[in-house]
Write a protein that binds this ligand. Structure first.
Ligand SMILES: CC(C)(COP(=O)(O)OP(=O)(O)OC[C@H]1O[C@@H](n2cnc3c(N)ncnc32)[C@H](O)[C@@H]1OP(=O)(O)O)[C@@H](O)C(=O)NCCC(=O)NCCS
Length: 371
């Protein structure tokens, strides 16, 4: 489950979102002359829309756009983006953001940010005001941003997950620049309404030797399990489609950062430690599964990660963890749980649909690898 949204606490990254990404290196990006980019619009019309380096704007020009974006996150993605927007504002004021803005009538109407983490470049945000008709402007913003990353010779890979746009809107641009496209789904489950939330034998995980949970103890996922969780993720996601979408899964260092991002850096909402699960195999004492939970808006929780170790898959542990999580969340007053999943991960999609999750938004993950 590669996470979407990624501005985190300082200094590793500025915004939260369901796609874990950035780190500190983007803070030191060299200035990229917008005039060197092929898609740059040159005009003498002072009021005509134009694309500029985002550091040329002041906060009054930029902040209304962030407010509009926050509303879009809340309405379209069931996610309170305000903390991320605040973080972006702070970085903006310090001129530490790298990216481009679409300016019309002296006000930002769209923007696109990028970061670098080692040899990886990430496109962290792409948003345009609803008043910007069509997607041509968004694609121009994308194009200038991608060109900026291409121009860094040490950038070998670029990843992007952009939930405000559908694949049909921005996929053609990415394909024209030789990016791979992966369809992803935002899914939600209504607690207390869907049948999967009703207690069943499996849902009493950890309370008795019934079904699969007799073999596993469901513990709150606290820091004691972080290291083993990173190892579990590394093993589970080998040759997995999500490792193609987010190459952090390919190394222990990467999965360690993913875990830290969820449990420590609020990279995907506020971590709910007591409701998050570390499923420990009672006989061996080994970590068999993990389910992370975060709070992303009042009443809405999010699952930034669920994984079951290879030897324990297919016996009902994932189902039991989900049901156990639903019960805890319902008791805590949550009414909804969301998650993101790559469509090609069809087994997981089937499981979620069987549990009662429904897709409410589809978007693209895009990956480019330097030939
Ligand atoms: C998805 C996953 C958490 C499910 O846990 P589980 O304990 O295997 O699931 P259960 O035994 O409760 O339910 C079985 C269902 O899970 C799904 N599933 C089983 N193995 C799977 C696998 N390797 N990858 C994806 N889904 C799988 C299938 O839908 C299966 O139902 P089916 O037999 O009717 O096809 C687990 O398989 C896993 O960790 N997969 C790899 C990591 C992953 O894809 N995580 C989810 C990212 S969004």
């Amino acid at each position: 489950m590669p996470s979407l949204f990624r501005f985190k606490t300082r200094p590793r990254a500025p915004v939260r979102n369901p796609y874990h990404v950035a780190s500190g290196s983007y803070l030191n990006l060299g200035y990229t002359e917008m005039t060197s980019a092929p898609t740059c619009r040159r005009t003498t019309e002072p009021l005509a829309p134009r694309i500029v380096d985002i550091r040329q704007l002041n906060l009054h020009q930029f902040q209304p756009l962030l407010q509009t974006e926050s509303r879009a996150w809340l309405e379209d993605l069931h996610w309170d983006y305000a903390p991320s927007a605040e973080m972006i504002s702070a970085y903006f004021v310090e001129k530490r953001l790298s990216g481009f803005a679409l300016v019309e009538e002296s006000v930002a109407k769209g923007y696109c940010l990028y970061f670098r983490e080692g040899s990886k470049g990430m496109i962290g945000s792409l948003f345009t005001e609803p008043s910007v008709s069509g997607t041509d402007r968004a694609c121009e913003l994308l194009a200038i941003t991608v060109e900026a990353l291409f121009n860094f010779a040490d950038v070998r890979r670029i990843e992007a997950q952009l939930p405000h746009f559908t694949v049909s809107q921005i996929g053609p641009y990415f394909r024209s620049r030789a990016f791979q496209t992966y369809l992803r789904q935002f899914m939600a489950f209504r607690l207390g309404i869907n049948p999967a939330n009703r207690p069943t034998a499996n849902s009493r995980a950890g309370t008795g030797p019934q079904g699969v949970q007799g073999d596993f103890a469901f513990m709150p996922w606290d820091h004691r399990y972080d290291r083993e969780a990173a190892q579990l993720l590394h093993h589970v996601y080998q040759n997995h489609i999500d490792a193609a979408v987010n190459n952090q899964y390919c190394t222990i260092a990467g999965t360690t950062r993913l875990v830290e991002s969820i449990v420590r850096h609020r990279g995907c909402g506020d971590y709910l430690q007591q409701a998050s699960i570390a499923a420990v195999h009672r006989t061996t004492g080994k970590l068999a599964g993990i389910l992370g939970l975060t709070a992303v808006r009042p009443g809405t929780a999010h699952i930034p990660q669920i994984a079951v170790a290879a030897g324990y898959q297919g016996i009902g542990l994932g189902t039991a963890m989900l049901r156990n999580a639903f019960e805890k969340l319902a008791r805590a007053g949550y009414t909804e749980v969301s998650l993101t999943v790559t469509t090609l991960n069809s087994g997981a999609v089937r499981l979620y649909e069987r549990m009662g999750f429904r897709t409410f938004r589809e978007f693209g993950a895009f990956v480019w690898v330097r030939p």
